[in-house]
Write a new protein. Structure first.
Length: 590
């Protein structure tokens, strides 16, 4: 294995805050490494250090000589005036790769190559940045949250892309399906140090628990011995011999171990004081469109009490618009939505919340309420809620401006829950949250005694939380599926397999009927058809050849490339259809 990157004894602090100290790891050719850590502990900082965008306090970072590195930032910046195409080639790109750029951008659903970057949303800009990095074909890919702002179709395409060949990558992602399928090594940054696990995410979970259990046992043994040694220290006089001084020094080392505290998982937070009536909401044949884009068409749905629904689909199919209509933030064109009288929505939006930067974290929550009534005489204070979502007592008295992006999303989530809603509507809640927080949120939603709607591209999260799906397929087509995401994908694969088999069997049956009818001969009309097919096929093949040559050339305009790219698949379909018909006729003639 050829070493691509070697990190030795690396340390980084911001003032009194130490992110990591004396960490070491290496990445070799073909290794696909996932980096896991809690929000605010230095994941993005570490990637920025490796990419040369951030300094460090001490240690060594050594890349293989002449190694080409591609870096995807969490929030990339582009000149707002440059076009999408220019943005794709502003880092070591080559103009002859325009066709490949078109293909990658199409997979990421960016189709207007001449559109100025300033007109794109933040999510679209992230996708252009991802295309940029992939097109430079680096030896080592460093990716910070590559699946953010990708829909399920794009994520599955990217999974396949990164799995092919002998790619080498280091990435931060909260998408556990993605980690499991793409990565073969997991690095965990925890308690200012780093741990390596040579396997995928499932292997990491198993071995991490073993590490924690072993550490807990070690601390327990140290505590038992510490009590004995502490008694000895109290009895011994100050003037000690050499052996006694050695034992004293060993005592202080033992004390360090004994006083360590492993972060225990919070108890599951179960509320019993959330009441919601039997009438939740009813969509009465609602319709919605924007120009020629149909979101909903005569859609009817009666939401059940305690239902936990997931909404999935490609970007632009209307998922967020649907929940905004439900919340009264977007008008319907036709029909109406009837909401039950007892429903109290808690809405977590993609856009997030604007905080007062000079306010303390705890004050953000106590401005809403001092506590949440859990029922049965139990109350959850603002501080306890924050601690449940992994804000330490010290962090609770930090100012908002000191929080990382993921910590801000987590604080926003706490502001929604502190209002004690009985119907949670969460639009992409997993973006920028660390995996530990996701696990806590999953447990919270599993135990939540009200109703839940989740819009998410996180397949692992959806499997844990929802029991029902609405699949938005575009142009108003919505599939109502009784199950979670994995069950839906398995069902879809079976349906596709069934349709493919039926189509293949039908073609084979048609061929066999021609083959076994020995008395069958071409009619005059069929002979003329065969002659015409030969002419048509020749014309189509010549057109295809000209388009392929033009696409590979350097003088073709972007508009021409777009038109040709649309025409090429049509040509292939026509050629396949005419060639198949010609083969059928030729078998009769033989």
């Amino acid at each position: 294995m050829i070493p691509y990157l070697d990190v030795q004894h690396l340390s980084k602090s911001f003032g009194a805050l130490t992110l990591f100290h004396d960490i070491s790891f290496s990445i070799g050719e073909g290794q696909r490494v996932g980096l896991i850590a809690k929000n605010g502990t230095g994941k993005s900082t570490l990637l920025s250090i490796l990419s040369g965008k951030e300094g460090y306090d001490g240690g060594d970072i050594v890349f293989r000589r002449d190694l080409k590195v591609g870096f995807l930032e969490q929030t990339p910046y582009f000149d707002p005036q440059e076009s999408v195409l220019d943005a794709c080639f502003n880092h070591q790109g080559e103009e002859e790769k325009v066709l490949r750029a078109k293909q990658v951008l199409t997979q990421l659903k960016i189709r207007n190559l001449q559109q100025p970057m300033g007109q794109l949303s933040g999510g679209q800009q992230k996708r252009v940045a991802l295309a940029n990095v992939l097109l430079t074909e680096p030896d080592l890919l460093i990716l910070d949250e590559p699946t953010n702002h990708l829909d399920l179709e794009m994520i599955e395409w990217l999974e396949g892309y990164l799995q092919r060949g002998n790619r080498t990558l280091l990435m931060v992602t909260h998408d556990r399906f993605f980690l499991d399928r793409v990565c073969n090594i997991i690095l965990e940054l925890d308690d200012k140090t780093i741990y390596a696990y040579r396997g995928n995410y499932a292997y990491y979970l198993e071995k991490r628990q073993e590490r924690i259990d072993n550490r807990r046992a070690e601390i327990a043994r140290a505590n038992n011995l510490y009590r004995t040694e502490l008694e000895w220290m109290r009895r011994m006089p100050q003037a000690r011999g050499h052996k006694a001084r050695y034992r004293e020094e060993a005592f202080y080392e033992l004390e360090k171990v004994a006083k360590q505290r492993l972060e225990e998982r919070q108890l599951r937070l179960k509320a019993s004081n959330v009441y919601i009536g039997s009438k939740i909401f009813e969509c009465q044949y609602i319709s919605k469109h924007f120009d020629d884009v149909v979101i909903l068409k005569d859609f009817y749905y009666n939401f059940s009490r305690f239902e936990k629904m997931g909404i999935v689909g490609s970007n632009g199919t209307g998922k967020s618009t649907f929940i905004k209509m439900l919340l009264g933030l977007e008008p319907v064109d036709d029909g109406r939505i009837v909401i039950g009288d007892t429903v109290r929505f808690g809405y977590f939006s993609q856009e997030g919340l604007q905080f007062n930067e000079q306010q303390k974290v705890i004050d953000v929550i106590t401005d809403i309420a001092d506590y949440v009534d859990l029922g049965s005489g139990r109350k959850l204070s603002a501080s306890q809620l924050l601690q449940y979502f992994l804000f330490t007592p010290e962090q609770q008295y930090n100012y908002v401006y000191k929080l990382s992006g993921g910590e801000r999303r987590k604080l926003y989530l706490c502001t929604v829950l502190m209002r004690n809603p009985n119907f949670l509507v969460l639009d992409e809640p997993t973006n920028d949250l660390d995996i530990v927080t996701l696990q806590i949120l999953e447990e919270y939603l599993q135990d939540f005694p009200g109703c839940v709607i989740v819009v998410s591209h996180d397949r692992y999260f959806m499997d844990k939380v929802v029991d029902h799906l609405l699949v938005f397929k575009g142009q108003g087509e919505i599939k109502d599926f009784p199950g979670n995401y994995t069950q839906y994908r398995e069902w879809s694969a079976l349906e596709e397999s069934k349709e493919t088999k039926e189509s293949r069997d039908s073609k084979e049956t048609n061929k066999a009927s021609y083959r076994h009818d020995e008395r069958r001969r071409l009619s005059y009309k069929e002979k003329r058809e065969m002659e015409q097919l030969e002419k048509d096929i020749a014309v189509l093949e010549e057109e295809k050849k000209q388009i392929e040559e033009a696409l590979c050339g350097s003088t073709t305009s972007v508009d021409e490339i777009t038109a040709m790219s649309k025409r090429l698949p049509q040509l292939n379909e026509e050629l396949d259809e005419k060639s198949m018909r010609w083969l059928e006729l030729s078998e009769i003639d033989n």
